[in-house]
Design a protein around this ligand. Structure first.
Ligand code: PRP
Length: 183
């Protein structure tokens, strides 16, 4: 099942079929939880672009999107612990229900920062939808409202998630071994 892509070994963790099942389940939950109007979906770049693209196409309702760009990781496999805002939203969010869309909540620092940013800019509600949740490494008190899959404390790539900007394009999700698994 392993796949070698250069010096790192990749082990399949979540197949594209399992991802699709999770995305479908999340879309149905969101449609049911927001019966009147879908919230503004704000995706955190870069990692969440693939998940967002699949999620909006699965939601059977009109939906608006915007993007935030934050950065918490350096070039390695563990968080630097500091979050920086690189690009804010352009949609007026005052009084809007917002759904923050993440590929993964790991330490939770990115989500904590993004949630605070959205509330400070007047969002009337902020919920968090993440494809992957890695609760083992949490440093901020974040419990995502919508979770596709809970994942173990391993370094994960594919489906938008990178290692040094590689592997984002992979359609399945892998555990990367051979370059350190974090602290
Ligand atoms: C990754 C991921 C999340 C964040 C989660 O982004 O896409 O946004 O880390 O980690 P945390 O819960 O420990 O804060 P990253 O900063 O690597 O940038 P990228 O999305 O551009 O790859």
């Amino acid at each position: 099942m392993g796949q070698n892509k250069g010096e790192q070994a990749l082990e399949l963790l979540i197949s594209r079929a399992e991802i699709a099942e999770a995305v479908t389940r999340l879309a149905r939950q969101l449609e049911s939880d927001y019966p009147q109007e879908m919230p503004l979906l704000v995706a955190v770049l870069k990692g969440s672009f693939v998940f967002l693209a699949d999620l909006v196409r699965e939601i059977q309702r009109p939906v608006e999107i915007d993007f935030l760009r934050l950065s918490s990781y350096g070039g390695g496999t563990s968080s630097s612990g500091s979050v920086r805002l690189r690009m804010g939203v352009t949609t007026p969010i005052r009084g809007r229900d917002v759904l923050l869309v993440e590929d993964i909540v790991d330490t939770g620092l990115t989500t904590f920062y993004a949630t605070r940013y959205l509330k400070r800019n007047g969002a009337s509600s902020v919920r968090v939808c993440t494809l992957l949740d890695k609760p083992a490494r949490r440093q901020a008190a974040i419990i995502p409202d919508y979770v596709g899959r809970t994942v173990p404390d391993r370094f994960i790539v594919g489906y938008g998630l990178d290692f040094d900007e590689r592997y984002r394009q992979l359609s399945d999700i892998y555990v990367m071994t051979g370059a350190g698994d974090g602290p």
